[in-house]
Design a protein around this ligand. Structure first.
Ligand SMILES: [Zn+2]
Length: 314
C-alpha cells in the first residue's frame, strides 16, 4: 500500500459554539479547559487550543446574531474592511482567522475539530470538504473503529471548486463533528458522551501519529452530497406547506427509491420521492435549515481509499 510521510502535528484546535444554540460543544470546550488546567502540559501530547467561537450567539442561545458564522470563512469575507456596520460574525470570523489561521497559510493550525449538533438523527457524522486529505480519512477511520455504540459516517461536501466557507476550513485539515439528534438549546448527556468520545478519539489519533508509528491506510465509505431538497412552499407566502413524512423522519442515510413517501402536506396528502436515482437523505428536518430552504440533503455513497501515513520524526 502507498505510504506518505507528513510533518508531525504542531497544533490542534477544538472549537465549540460556532452556532450558539448547539449545546454539546458549548459544554465540552469548558470541560476540556478544565482537564487542561488540571493536568497541565501533560494533558495532551499536541498543544491544544480551545475556542468558544461565537460568544454573543452563545449568550443569546441563538444560532447567530447577524449572520451565520459558519458561512463567513471565505477569502472575500475574511479580507473585507471592518466598519461599525459590519455584521458581528464577520468581525468574529476575522478574529478567529487571526487566532487559528490565517486560512491557507503555513501558520494555520494543523487540525480544527469544530463541534456541531443537528436536530436530525445523524449519529456521529464527520462533515468535511477534504476530498484528498489523508489525515482526514485516517481520523475518520479511527473514529469509526473506536466508536461502536452509534453509527459513524463521513459526509463529503461536493462543492469544489467553490471555496469552503466554514470555520474548520481555516485549518490545514478541517473536520466538523456533527452529533444528533439534539434539539437546539438542549443538552443531552447521551449526545455529549458521543461527542466526548469523538474528541478523545481524534486526540488519541494525533498522539499515535506524532509518535512516528506507521498508521495503515485502507478504504472508507463516504457520503457525497449531491443536492438539497426544499419543502414544498406556498408560492405567495413562501411558507412550507408540508412536513417531512413520518416514514422518512429520523431515517437519515436510508436509501430513497422513486415513489417513497417524502412529505406529508397539511391537508394529508403524501408527496413522493421523484428522483430517477436512488440517493441517501441526510440532515432530515434539520431545524437550522428551514431558513436556508433545505428539508434534507441527498447523497450518493462511494468507497474511497487512502494511503498509510507516518509522521516525519527526523
Ligand atoms: Zn452547527
Amino acid at each position: 500500500m502507498e505510504m506518505i510521510r507528513l510533518p508531525a502535528l504542531r497544533r490542534v484546535a477544538i472549537c465549540g459554539g460556532a452556532h450558539g444554540n448547539e449545546m454539546t460543544g458549548i459544554y465540552l470546550v469548558p470541560e476540556l479547559e478544565r482537564q487542561q488546567k488540571e493536568k497541565g502540559d501533560a494533558a495532551w501530547s499536541v498543544p491544544l487550543t480551545t475556542v468558544l467561537s461565537n460568544p454573543h450567539a452563545i449568550k443569546a442561545c441563538s444560532r447567530y446574531i447577524d449572520k451565520d458564522l459558519n458561512r463567513c470563512f471565505t477569502s472575500p469575507i475574511l479580507s473585507s474592511p471592518i466598519s461599525e456596520d459590519t455584521p458581528y460574525e464577520v468581525q468574529r470570523a476575522q478574529e478567529l482567522n487571526s487566532l487559528l489561521g490565517p486560512k491557507g497559510s503555513e501558520d494555520a493550525v494543523d487540525i480544527i475539530i469544530d463541534l456541531h449538533n443537528t436536530t436530525a438523527n445523524m449519529g456521529l457524522s464527520i462533515i468535511s470538504y477534504e476530498w484528498s486529505n489523508s489525515v482526514c480519512f485516517q481520523i475518520f477511520k479511527h473514529l469509526q473503529d473506536k466508536i461502536t455504540n452509534v453509527p459513524v459516517r463521513l459526509v463529503l461536501i461536493n462543492v469544489p471548486p467553490v471555496e469552503a466557507f466554514s470555520l474548520e476550513s481555516v485549518a490545514k485539515c478541517g473536520v466538523s463533528l456533527e452529533v444528533g439528534p439534539q434539539p437546539q438549546g438542549v443538552v443531552r448527556a447521551d449526545i455529549f458522551n458521543i461527542m466526548k468520545q469523538g474528541v478523545d478519539a481524534v486526540l488519541d489519533w494525533t498522539e499515535t501519529f506524532n509518535s512516528g508509528k506507521i498508521i495503515e491506510g485502507g478504504e472508507v465509505e463516504v457520503y457525497l452530497i449531491q443536492k438539497s431538497m426544499d419543502y414544498p412552499r406556498d408560492p405567495k407566502t413562501g411558507k412550507p406547506t408540508a412536513a417531512i413524512h413520518p416514514q422518512l423522519q429520523d431515517q437519515d442515510f436510508c436509501l430513497l427509491q422513486r415513489g417513497d413517501p417524502v412529505f406529508l402536506t397539511s391537508s394529508g396528502e403524501t408527496l413522493s420521492y421523484e428522483e430517477e436515482e436512488p440517493l441517501h437523505p441526510l440532515s432530515i428536518n434539520e431545524a437550522a435549515y428551514y431558513e436556508k430552504g433545505i428539508a434534507f440533503h441527498l447523497a450518493s455513497k462511494k468507497t474511497l481509499s487512502f494511503p498509510s501515513i507516518q509522521a516525519k520524526t527526523d
